[in-house]
Write a protein that binds this ligand. Structure first.
Ligand code: GLN
Length: 278
């Protein structure tokens, strides 16, 4: 379809309908034109400045080849807050809020809890816990410097006090001990066909997939957690829809007690964890 030369709002949206779903086109145009949904609806005949039209066209073309909306908008909501995201980090998923809820259920009565987030990505878990727990001391690590830079920007923007560390899992961590370790590590099996579909095609592979059956990261975190946890401390890890039994086995092998799995809003066992009793 030949794009019109200098369309109004209605013309730009009509052109975009040839490529992407209308609600997505409206979201992208709102971003570019910096306006509300009501504004778009109320002013269909308003001319679009040339620079905005060029930007909008580029966004629609990228969306048409599958680039996730979150990367095009540059933001995704998690636990009620807006987080900046880019192709350096996994797009936060609603099911990951279960990790936050479990952490709050176990630690909201404890001031000054020491918390470690393993593989923080955009920082959603570390930052949310720093803001929701009473004076928690939160450390977040990731092996990707690019991801850490996104997480740091999010912490500054949201006013969260988190210390960040570039580390391949526990490698660079000192002898500190924590009351709580949380992780949403890569856990998708290497040959899982989902990796070739939808948003996942554009997300960092190292944040999604862990060699072989996807359990390598989960096993490594569990095996090292005991040495880093205070007596009575908890480890909670997100995992795949069919990995709960395997992860409970991993936690048992690592010496955890009170091992359990918890369902997400879809009723799928999505987080497993246990208590370290030394
Ligand atoms: N839940 C994500 C998915 O399957 C994977 C996230 C992860 O690997 N931590 O799309």
């Amino acid at each position: 379809m030949i794009p019109p030369e200098s369309p109004d709002i209605a013309g730009a949206l009509a052109w975009a309908r040839g490529y992407i779903a209308p609600p997505e086109a409206r979201l992208l145009l709102r971003r570019v034109h910096q306006c509300s949904a009501a504004h778009l609806a109320a002013w269909p005949e308003k001319a679009l400045p040339q620079a905005e039209w060029t930007t909008f066209r580029a966004l629609v073309e990228r969306r048409a080849v599958g680039v996730p909306m979150a990367y095009l908008i540059g933001e995704r909501e998690f636990y009620g807050r807006g987080f900046m995201v880019g192709p350096e980090v996994l797009i936060p998923r609603p099911e990951t809020e279960l990790l936050v809820e479990l952490a709050l259920a176990h630690f909201s009565a404890m001031p000054h809890a020491k918390v470690l987030d393993m593989g923080t990505g955009s920082g959603v878990l570390a930052i949310t816990l720093a803001l929701e727990l009473d004076r928690a001391e939160v450390c977040a690590l990731d092996q990707s410097r690019a991801a850490l830079s996104v997480a740091m920007s999010n912490a500054i923007r949201l006013g969260a006090s988190v210390s960040f560390l570039c580390s391949d899992w526990y490698a660079e961590l000192g002898e500190e001990h924590f009351h709580l370790i949380v992780a949403n590590p890569p856990y998708v099996a290497e040959n899982d066909p989902h990796l070739t579909l939808g948003d996942l095609r554009f997300e960092p592979r190292e944040a999604l997939a862990a060699g072989g059956n996807g359990l390598a990261g989960l096993a490594l975190i569990a095996a090292g957690a005991g040495r880093r946890l205070e007596n009575g401390g908890w480890l909670f890890m997100e995992h795949g829809h069919d990995q709960a039994a395997a992860v409970r086995g991993i936690l048992a092998d690592a010496g955890f007690a009170a091992i359990a799995s918890w369902p997400d809003l879809a009723g799928i066992e999505r987080v497993s964890g246990g208590r370290w009793t030394g």
